[in-house]
Design a protein around this ligand. Structure first.
Ligand code: FAD
Length: 677
């Protein structure tokens, strides 16, 4: 009882102090307001104790400092459209509503940057940019409502992300407020690990995004939409897989099934036998290129028995062709009390088999779901309709959803492609990730948010959620085993190591430090030509990899510099590599092996440690293996070298300590990158 009273007192004091900053009228503590902010677009409900509305982003830091002083948990919130419970506060803390912080600060078409506050609604930015002939690539289906801050925090995807990458691929710099209220800026150009990437998909658990610097692109001159009906979902998936296999990257490749079309009341607009509708969209500044791609795609659609094909480059007709796809989710939401939007991703080669499995699971359990796909990415959304008021039914639906997620994992995919983890998926992380990987995630969160107040209870599983933990070990080469055993031996005696790739920075290594050579781990682990990915051990050189791929008719976004892939990433040689980086295995200084990402295009199941490792210079862990996107053709290769600006923040040393608490890896670089250990 005393504890509860103390908690209330602390909250009252904090609210009083915060009201001096934001004004009393911008704080709600009444029951109705708290109820209004107790939910988001997921099934999670949790009532906060207060809602603080922030119009001026300069007030975020002083408000968070007060919350930190009183150890009050807070949840940043924008439009609340996330589908995993991320915008609810689980600990009876406060909601920080940033929707009123919605100014577009700058549109700089010369440098192709837009600077925005977190509450800018995606479509409002697109409309502004259109006036200048530009666009921001991420276009989630929720873009009429969801905000840029929410898109970054969830690392949102959208139809166009197939060609232009997800949100994190379109961010240049972030101004953030750390969990203790201090401010920091993280950018692509920073020297050292790429902390900026850690904020994309962090779901408010590592602090608050105050301002974002976005990459904007000129609108392409030409575009064309193809609409194609199929007698079976499997045929449509096979067409998608064939398009990808050919190395064609349209800007969108989307599919909806008949149930979704019927829900949209559009079954009279399609053929009687139609079970799936595929929409492909291309854009380019060259009409020849579009026509060439169109011919190839049409051929593939026909080979996969398309029932009917239409196409148009008229924006009005195109809008009509898109309408069924765009209406699918809202229509499903109209025909049922609730819709559980399940989200996951599989390698594109596994789309057909996964769809078969999903249908079996749904039929076996007599569950109705509309299937909607960002198919080109391998991203699947079964939209399960049900009535939440029926508890038994809800539990059954949750079990079915879990069974589907397990299928994604079996196929080498992920339990979360673009809808985050939040509360809903916390319990499924262990299906995909090992105990060691989860431990590292916990250390990152614990070190960066020592009081566990920045959107607590999200993203990272509880101990009682680890019963089905992944135990399957990665198959390691003999050389990798030798390397790991050497690291373990050194760890026992706390012997520091200098991590060397091709030895280019050996001159920096003090003589008294033993080196660890990664040159001998140079195997090709998985070459999945049809999924357009390759997984290699990090000691493979770019020259050898390019030569291997070339002999097979493929390309990678790499220079021919005779550097190992591990060192290219560890030095962050050129910025463009991050857009082709999908997954990574890392050996930590105690010899444990952790893995982030998977062989899929979108994976938001953890913090983005894969991209954090860019520029880490061997100080966080040894990059053991890497999965990269590969291509049939790369139109132009551009290698932009980061400016490598030294920017040490309070987060830096905490990250180093989460990964390498004994300062054993490349300790001679620690001070320069992280400050005093
Ligand atoms: C109909 C529908 C369609 C959708 N379609 C897509 C789609 O195509 N692709 C896709 O990826 N998603 C989609 N979503 C999911 C959702 O729209 C996205 O996750 C979106 O990015 C959330 O934005 P928001 O403004 O609603 O953020 P919110 O839901 O308010 O917040 C999202 C998360 O970010 C955190 N957060 C909020 N503000 C900040 C901040 N300033 N700093 C740090 N953290 C913060 C919150 O705590 C929360 O964890 C869809 C959802 C719906 C309902």
């Amino acid at each position: 009882m005393k504890k509860e009273e103390e908690k209330i007192k602390k909250l009252e004091k904090a609210i009083f102090e915060i009201s001096e900053i934001v004004g009393a009228s911008d704080i709600n503590t009444d029951e109705i307001s708290n109820l209004l902010y107790s939910y988001d677009a997921s099934m999670v409900r949790a009532k906060p104790s207060a809602v603080i509305h922030i119009k001026d982003i300069e007030k975020i830091s002083p408000v968070v400092k007060i919350l930190h002083k009183y150890s009050i948990p807070y949840t940043p919130r924008l439009s609340g459209t996330n589908l995993s419970g991320g915008a609810t506060n689980q600990k009876g803390g406060v909601i920080i509503n940033l929707s009123p912080s919605n100014r577009i600060r700058q549109i700089d078409t010369i440098n192709q940057i837009a600077v925005v506050e977190p509450g800018v609604v995606n479509i409002n930015l697109q409309n502004e940019l259109k006036k200048f002939g530009f666009f921001f690539a991420p276009d989630p289906a929720s873009q009429n409502v969801s905000t840029i801050g929410g898109n970054i925090s969830e690392n949102a995807g959208g139809p166009r992300c197939l060609k232009y990458g997800v949100t994190s691929n379109n961010i240049l710099k972030l101004d953030v407020v750390l969990p203790d209220g201090n401010e920091a800026t993280f950018a692509l150009d920073d020297y050292g690990p790429q902390i900026m990437s850690l904020f994309c998909a962090s779901e408010g658990t590592l602090g608050i995004i105050k301002k974002a610097y976005l990459k904007i692109l000129p609108l392409p001159k030409f575009f064309l939409t193809i609409y194609s009906e199929f007698r079976s979902l499997e045929e449509s998936m096979s067409a998608v897989a064939d398009v990808i296999k050919k190395g064609i990257i349209p800007r969108a490749l989307e599919v909806v099934d008949r149930i979704s079309i019927e829900a949209a009341g559009k079954s009279n607009e399609i053929n009687k036998e139609t079970e799936a509708l595929l929409i492909a969209e291309m854009d380019s500044n060259s009409s020849d290129e579009i026509n060439k791609e169109m011919d190839l795609i049409m051929k593939i659609l026909k080979l996969n028995n398309s029932l009917e094909i239409k196409y148009s480059d008229d924006p009005l007709v195109s809008e009509k062709l898109w309408k069924i796809r765009k209406d699918a989710y809202p229509s499903l939401a109209k025909i049922a009390t609730n819709v559980l939007v399940e989200d996951g991703c599989v390698p594109r080669t596994k789309l057909v088999s996964t769809v078969k499995k999903i249908k079996e699971i749904l039929n076996k359990n007599a569950v109705k779901a509309g299937l909607i796909f960002h198919a080109g990415d391998g991203n699947i959304h079964p939209n399960i309709v049900f009535d939440e008021r029926d508890v038994k039914e809800t539990n059954r639906i949750r079990k079915v959803a879990k069974e589907i997620l397990k299928e994604y994992i079996k196929e080498g995919g992920t339990i979360s492609a673009e809808h985050g983890v939040g509360v809903e998926k916390r319990g499924f992380i262990a299906l995909q990730h090992s105990k060691e990987t989860i431990n590292l995630l916990r250390k990152i969160k614990n070190n960066l948010d020592e009081k566990n107040i920045s959107n607590p209870y999200k993203k990272i599983p509880f101990n009682n959620e680890l019963s089905e933990i992944k135990t399957k070990e990665s198959k390691l080469s003999e050389n990798m085993k030798i390397l790991i055993s050497e690291i373990k031996k050194r760890y026992q005696q706390k012997i520091p190591s200098a991590i060397a790739g091709n030895g280019s920075f050996l001159k920096e290594i003090p003589q008294n430090i033993k080196t660890i050579d990664t040159k001998d781990i140079k195997g090709i682990i998985d070459f999945d030509r049809d999924n357009m990915t390759i997984t290699v051990e990090s000691g493979v050189s770019d020259t050898n990899l390019l030569s291997f791929l070339n002999s097979e008719g493929y390309k990678a976004y790499l220079q021919d510099s005779n550097s190992t892939i591990g060192s290219i990433i560890a030095r962050n040689d050129f910025i463009e590599i991050r857009n082709t980086l999908l997954s990574m295995e890392i050996i930590l200084s105690d010899g444990t092996l952790v893995k982030f990402g998977s062989k899929v295009i979108k994976d938001n199941s953890t913090y983005d440690v894969t991209k954090l490792m860019l520029g880490s210079r061997g100080t966080l862990g040894i990059i053991a293996s890497v999965t990269l996107k590969i291509f049939k053709d790369i139109k132009s290769l551009k290698f932009t070298h980061p400016k490598n600006i030294i920017n040490i923040t309070p987060f830096h040393i905490k990250i180093k300590k989460a990964f390498d608490p004994d300062n054993l890896f490349n300790p001679f670089l620690t001070e320069k990158i992280y400050g005093k250990f």
